[in-house]
Design a protein around this ligand. Structure first.
Ligand SMILES: C[S@@+](CC[C@H](N)C(=O)[O-])C[C@H]1O[C@@H](n2cnc3c(N)ncnc32)[C@H](O)[C@@H]1O
Length: 189
């Protein structure tokens, strides 16, 4: 397993380099329809990198981060509300959030199916989901998948057609963008 609890410093200082500029532009476009003070949940937030990027697009939203690794969350910015929890058991009421973000975290979840049910539960009607992760349909994506498997990680890397199908089964309308060996998804309920 990857010892995320001890990797906060590394992710805080070097984690941003793996986000393509185009994904950050798409994230800003994704956030545009949200009203001021809308609530955004960052799942598998780590050091809150996705929330930090989102905050640069819109600092008027309410940012909430969930991650099981306290050692990651402790590096997140002050404006982010922090919760130590997993995606499979979100500590929030139904219909709590306007949007959910997931950056390089989906493939680490133990059970993405249960996590998606939880995300749909805590999202409001017409809630939105933004995902950034690695595409298993590419050579690089497959190599990372194999490496993470060797490390004992769940490694739920998706090929894009399978991811789209999975999200549609959970009720989302899905738009996928490819970024070489990575992808981003903007989806809505
Ligand atoms: C590669 S890091 C990405 C962190 C951050 N989103 C970013 O973009 O830098 C993956 C994160 O997923 C978290 N994670 C692992 N299992 C999880 C689960 N079941 N539910 C939620 N988060 C999980 C890890 O603790 C870690 O912080």
């Amino acid at each position: 397993m990857i010892p995320f609890n001890y990797l906060g410093f590394v992710f805080k200082h070097f984690g941003s380099y793996i986000y393509p500029k185009k994904v950050l532009e798409e994230l800003c476009i994704f956030l545009q329809p949200l009203r001021d003070e809308a609530s955004v949940l960052d799942v598998g937030a780590g050091t809150g990198m996705m929330s930090e990027f989102a905050h640069r697009c819109n600092s008027k939203l309410r940012y909430v981060a969930v991650d099981p690794a306290k050692g990651m969350l402790k590096y997140s910015e002050k404006y982010i509300e922090k919760h130590i929890a997993t995606a499979e058991a979100l500590p929030f009421d139904d219909d709590s959030f306007d949007a959910v973000l997931m950056g390089e975290s989906l493939h680490h979840f133990d059970d993405p199916g249960i996590a998606m049910k939880e995300i749909v539960r805590v999202l409001k009607k017409n809630g939105k989901l933004f995902i950034y992760d690695f595409d298993k349909g590419t050579f690089m994506g497959k190599s990372l998948w194999a490496m993470e498997k060797l490390l004992g990680e769940p490694a739920h890397f998706y090929e894009l057609h399978a991811l789209k199908k999975m999200l549609e089964e959970h009720g989302f309308t899905v738009h996928v963008s490819r970024h070489k060996w990575r992808y981003s998804v903007s989806a809505g309920l």
